[in-house]
Design a binder for this molecule. Structure first.
Ligand code: GLU
Ligand code: MG
Length: 452
């Protein structure tokens, strides 16, 4: 669709839109929006809506400025619509959604997460690379009954009964995604009761992050219409499967996917190996951005397929990076891996910050020519500490507090984020750590279930 004002106006009128929601996702990964009425489109078309700059200084628990962010509740920023992201909301007809870039004093704001991702994409471009990606979301569907909020089913992985019980809501989610040109590829009930996974088509990095916002909004909105609560919270139930949001990545030069190289070690190109090595190198600090909640660290644990170890492997669901073999085995002549998956990502992650920082880490690996270690083909959780050490397999941070310290000491990520975004982000994360570190899971659920 043409994104000039007259076409947008016609499109909104044709769809009987009353309100246009202009969205952004903050440092705490809360999706927020102010909406304007269509009758005042002209006034808002170019400059969008204003928010206080303090919006980037709130922790996930409450709307109170964290002073260490360096942000005061003085000053205005503008969420300027990127009209190419406009969608009519199938689950809230009469409302439309457009994602914005944040501006301050007429310029792109240094604290805009979407701007940060755009910079990382531009840096990849300097290496002649395009990054394509997909977030693979798991989420819980919950209903209210006399016991409180409980899962919609009590089924296990890939249960067809789970499919039957949730068929109507899953179909409505799928239709709503399709109406926004988001292609659903696969669906299955996951291991937890009421837990489901819907995977969507990969896309270029910016669109992938935008689609992650649309995906979360759509799942929650459609679930609401069915009287259900949907939650992407990393760990809702202490002893049940966590919600991962694995990040699938591939590298391209123009039309060519450059992950595979029949002459490369393990059939993987040198560039891709260094990119993966960069991610593993920075992972202990990256986790402040990819698994950013105090609650996230309940999910990252051995034997739970959440990638608790800093290593990589073919089809290894316990390694932080898994390379899917897609039918042919790594030893066969027609082996051609197309992408890899980072498992230490969850739905508490702001997709722009997570993807932008992962790309930055990968590019650092290429720049420094980092070498990828040996692939791991066992469950590292079954090895002794000494055996793991021999194979160069580290454990990952066991708490947000831990990850924060790693980020504070990571100059590459600090530089990539820039001083303003770094200061605000780490202050928000520290406030979340201090505020929630002693909470029981039930208290975390009370705060976080509907945040993500
Ligand atoms: N639920 C697991 C996680 O927390 C992932 C299971 C899977 O491999 O899909 O990451
Ligand atoms: Mg899964």
């Amino acid at each position: 669709m043409q994104t000039d004002i007259s076409n947008i106006s016609k499109h909104l009128q044709k769809n009987n839109i009353k309100f246009v929601r202009v969205l952004f996702c903050d440092n705490a990964n809360i999706i927020r929006s102010k909406a304007f009425h269509v009758d005042v489109l002209t006034e808002h078309f170019d400059k969008g809506v204003s928010i206080t700059v303090a919006q980037q200084a709130f922790p996930v628990m409450y709307d109170v400025v964290v002073p260490e962010t360096g942000i005061a509740p003085v000053g205005e920023a503008w969420i300027v619509p990127d009209w190419s992201t406009l969608n009519v909301l199938p689950y809230a007809p009469t409302h439309a959604r457009v994602i914005g870039n944040i501006f301050k004093d007429g310029d792109p704001w240094s604290l805009c997460p979407r701007g940060f991702l755009k910079n990382a994409i531009a840096k990849a471009q300097d290496f002649g690379l395009q990054v394509k990606a997909a977030f693979e979301n798991e989420f819980y569907l919950l209903k209210s009954n006399s016991d409180g909020i409980v899962p919609t089913d009590d089924t296990v992985f890939a249960s067809t009964l789970g499919m039957d019980i949730n068929c109507a809501v899953i179909n409505d989610i799928t239709d709503a995604l399709a109406a926004q040109s988001i292609q659903v590829e696969r669906y299955h009930p996951e291991s937890g009761p009421g837990q489901h996974e819907i995977s969507i088509r990969y896309s270029d990095a910016l669109q992938t992050a935008d689609r992650q916002i649309a995906f979360r909004e759509t799942v929650r909105g459609v679930a609401l219409k069915h009287g259900l609560t949907a939650s992407f919270m990393p760990k809702v139930f202490e002893n049940k499967a966590g919600n991962g949001c694995h990040l699938h990545l591939s590298l391209w030069k123009g039309e060519e996917n450059i992950i595979s190289d029949p002459d490369g070690i393990d059939g993987i190109s040198k560039t891709a190996r260094s990119f993966m090595a960069g991610i593993l190198e920075h992972l202990p600090a990256l986790m402040t951005l990819t698994t950013p909640s105090v609650n996230s660290y309940r999910r990252i644990s051995p034997h739970s397929w959440s990638g608790a170890f800093r290593c990589w492997g073919f089809d290894n669901r316990e390694a932080a990076i898994r390379v899917p073999t897609s039918f042919a085995s790594p030893s066969s002549s027609n082996f051609s891996p197309s992408h890899f998956e980072l498992k230490t990502v969850d739905g508490a992650a702001n997709p722009y910050l997570a993807l932008g920082s992962v790309i930055s880490a990968g590019l650092d690996g290429i720049k420094r020519g980092l070498k990828l270690g040996k692939q791991v083909s066992v469950d590292p959780g079954h090895l002794s500490e000494t055996e793991r050490e021999k194979l160069g397999i580290d454990s990952l941070p066991i708490s947000l507090g831990n990850a924060n310290v790693n980020l504070i000491n990571n100059n590459m990520l600090k530089n990539a984020l820039g001083p303003d975004l770094f200061q605000a982000l780490i202050a928000v994360r520290q406030a979340e750590w201090e505020g929630m570190k002693n909470m029981r899971i039930e208290e975390e659920v009370k705060i976080l279930l509907s945040r993500y």
